[in-house]
Unconditional design. Structure first.
Ligand code: ADP
Ligand code: ADP
Length: 246
């Protein structure tokens, strides 16, 4: 049972002699509850893979299934709605709104989805990243590591099928980066607690993480590392160590 499945995913930018093959027929599955790191040199297609897998960009050919839905079959409006409900995204930059508190930032995806962010739901999401006691703070009152944990809580508050992370520790120092990765590790295999699910064991699903990084030390926190080169899948390691990944 996969949170995300990529079938023969191909992305070509431009056409004719100027065409760039960013992805070439990539087949890849991300099982529920798994934590996968996507590695590869600059220009190997990591960002393109993440953008297509998250429904932020359309592949040239091939299919993307999220939570069993073929997202290629959704029009732009439905795709946007689907993305808000079923995916979470964490970027290198924290992208928190400075005028809102941590709790208000975490509640934003629910507002965008037309739901009222319940206090319990928001506090649970903050508790998952160890920040339930910082709910009333604004981003400027939090450290960089805390801000990125708020961004993770915000990404998880809708109980998405998958959390996509693009170089999530890129703006953090080594120690805070490690703390963030420990938080991500703990989330995997533990239920997503942003919604009503926490009160209803039947609805609880494990968190799934897909993370792009160029750093072997960061990748070593994942259960699995997949390697891209020139748009193709060229290798895979399970339960990696930093030495093996390098
Ligand atoms: P990575 O994330 O591994 O650095 P990217 O997915 O950003 O790789 O890029 C893969 C290839 O596609 C590169 O050759 C890059 O220059 C090219 N590329 C990425 N985005 C675009 C775009 N919007 N237009 C044209 N070429 C692009
Ligand atoms: P990264 O390597 O970390 O993915 P880049 O600096 O390569 O970052 O790319 C940043 C943005 O520019 C991405 O959205 C990517 O799709 C786009 N991009 C990359 N290469 C090209 C290109 N040759 N032409 C146009 N856009 C590009």
């Amino acid at each position: 049972d996969d949170a995300v499945r990529l079938e023969s995913l191909t992305k070509t930018y431009g056409s004719g002699t100027g065409a760039v093959s960013a992805l070439r027929e990539v087949d890849l599955s991300f099982p529920r509850g798994s934590f996968t790191a996507v590695m590869g040199p600059s220009g190997s297609g990591k960002s393109t893979l993440l953008q297509c897998a998250a429904g932020l960009d359309r592949p040239t050919s091939g299919r993307v299934f999220i939570d069993g839905t073929d997202i290629g079959g959704l029009n732009e409006t439905r795709l946007t709605e689907f993305r808000r409900e079923s995916t979470g995204f964490v970027f290198q930059a924290f992208n928190l709104l400075p005028s809102l508190t941590a709790a208000q930032n975490v509640g934003l995806p629910l507002r965008l989805a037309g739901r009222k962010p319940g206090r319990k739901t928001v506090l649970r999401a903050l508790a998952q990243v160890g920040l339930e006691d910082q709910a009333g703070k604004r981003p400027s009152q939090l450290s960089g590591g805390q801000q990125q944990r708020v961004a993770v809580a915000r990404a998880l508050v809708t109980r998405p099928a998958v959390l996509f992370a693009d170089e999530p520790t890129g703006a953090l120092d080594i120690t805070t980066g490690r703390e963030l990765l420990e938080v991500l590790r703990k989330l995997v295999g533990s239920p997503v607690m942003g919604g009503q699910a926490a009160d209803d064991p039947e609805l609880v699903e494990p968190t799934t993480i897909v993370m792009v990084t160029h750093d072997p030390n960061v990748a070593s926190y994942a259960d699995r590392v997949v390697f891209l080169a020139d748009g193709a899948l060229v290798g895979e390691l399970t339960t990696p160590t930093a030495e093996a990944v390098a």
